[in-house]
Design a protein. Structure first.
Length: 456
């Protein structure tokens, strides 16, 4: 196995256990789940935090850590959106809404990488001419680095928080996983107490995490092996980051990931445009930020926002007053710069005829959703409210992207995340796209724009 680190003890023990109990040997090079294990859905569940008025200065896609889900970014997303950043967070395969889907209940990193790619493409389509960044924490930090190394053309920068695969008490965890591998590699067991106690000393956060129905802490030995192999690939992938701006963040009080290992990983990043930021924090820095000390939380938010801002405006960012204004609310000068262009991408050619049929005589709104996705009731309510107010002026269409017909339609429209809402002008041309669970003011704003565009 190539890479910076030797074959982890967890894999050596599990391969030995596999031989002892006559289980099929799992090749350490192919432990990351194969993309041949395709799931039923074509796009990942996604949540969104966007300020209704004005065009965002930047878009930020967030990837959560092991055992958590997209809701972990709730507080961070709300705060960042107030600064003019459109925030999106998706569920990693095997976690969050995927738990309730059929065929995607287990960890699958190959599909996850493709999910992040689809989401980035969808976010770019929904935010033309807006810089797009990727943020991940812990396992999500490693996923962010891997995606950035594979698809740098989709990003303006990547933020990787505590991504190192080398952890405190790792030998103890390895033995625990190997023991469970002996009794059945696919049998799930709860690792929650071990992980949660290392992640935080905050009892309220522990209780909130372990009581969240979408937080998954029961994993099989096979899934944990896949996780470790994926994390162990960090050192190879960062060498492929040759130009993309990278910000790596590490908590000084981290009891799970070894801070020295994160810095060792940072040193191997090939890009000259890289920054390492050590902050006074436990393991979680951006996730579950509502539980943090208010001063530390504000400091972390501002430092990351400033880094993103410098990448958005580059050498044009020379005025300290502009920087200060940005940290309070989006300044008029920045809003003006961000709103200078408003190009809207067209639909894929494969979707043109279908779009024209949906919006033959008036504008149309297409809602792509799945019944198992968290928040499906919320987006359904948006459509009901729109029907009551605008039903005579627009065609409102709901499409279950998990059904046979919906799956085909989703592919033709190059669906990138669920829920997604396509606003079509009369005749079928694209007016705008909304990605993730939307708030009613954002929905109405884009619906009204589609009607206005149709009347031109």
């Amino acid at each position: 196995m190539s890479g910076h680190k030797k074959l982890p003890t967890i894999i050596k023990l599990s391969l030995l256990a596999s031989c002892l109990i006559a289980q099929p040997i799992i090749d350490a090079n192919t432990l990351v789940a194969s993309a041949t294990e395709q799931t039923a859905a074509v796009a990942p569940p996604c949540k969104t935090w966007i300020k209704p008025l004005g065009k965002p200065l930047a878009a930020l896609v967030c990837v959560h850590g092991l055992g958590l889900n997209s809701s972990a970014y709730e507080d961070f997303g709300l705060r960042a959106s107030r600064q003019g950043i459109a925030v999106y967070a998706l569920d990693v395969r095997g976690f969050g809404s995927w738990i309730k889907s059929k065929g995607a209940e287990n960890v699958n990193f190959d599909d996850c990488l493709n999910d992040v790619k689809l989401t980035l493409e969808a976010v770019r389509k929904a935010n033309p001419n807006v810089p797009v960044f990727l943020l991940g924490e812990s396992m999500g930090g490693a996923i962010a680095l891997r995606v950035a190394s594979l698809y740098p053309e989709l990003l303006n920068g990547v933020i990787s928080s505590v991504p190192a695969g080398e952890r405190f008490q790792q030998g103890k965890t390895d033995l625990q996983v190997a023991a469970h591998f002996l009794t059945g590699p696919r049998r799930k067991f709860n690792i929650g107490k071990t992980i949660v106690n290392q992640v935080t000393q905050n009892e309220d956060l522990k209780n909130e995490w372990t009581s969240d129905p979408l937080a998954r802490l029961d994993l099989s030995a096979k899934e944990l092996l896949q996780f470790q192999v994926f994390m162990n690939g960090n050192h190879d992938c960062v060498k492929k980051l040759v130009k993309l701006p990278v910000l790596m963040v590490q908590g000084n009080n981290d009891r799970l990931v070894k801070p020295d290992e994160s810095f060792d990983l940072f040193r191997q990043i090939a890009s000259p445009d890289k920054v390492f930021l050590a902050v006074p924090s436990e393991h979680l820095i951006f996730e579950q930020s509502q539980s943090q000390d208010p001063w530390q939380r504000e400091q972390n938010m501002r430092m990351v926002a400033i880094w993103m801002l410098t990448k958005v405006f580059g050498h044009d960012l020379h005025n300290a007053d502009i920087m200060a204004s940005f940290m309070r609310t989006p300044a008029p000068a920045l809003t003006q710069v961000a709103s200078q262009t408003k190009a809207v991408e067209s639909l894929p050619k494969e979707a043109a005829a279908e779009a024209a049929s949906f919006a033959k005589d008036k504008p149309a709104v297409l809602l792509f959703y799945t019944k198992w996705c968290e928040g499906a009731d919320h987006v359904a309510k948006l459509m009901e409210e729109a029907k009551g107010q605008w039903g005579n002026r627009v065609n409102l269409v709901t499409i279950d992207s998990d059904s046979k017909e919906g799956k085909e339609t989703a592919k033709r429209f190059a669906l990138g995340a669920i829920p997604s809402i396509y606003f079509l002008k009369t005749g079928g041309d694209l007016s705008s796209v909304m990605v993730g669970q939307a708030k009613f003011p954002n929905f109405i704003k884009q619906l009204a724009q589609a009607i206005i565009d149709s009347d031109k």
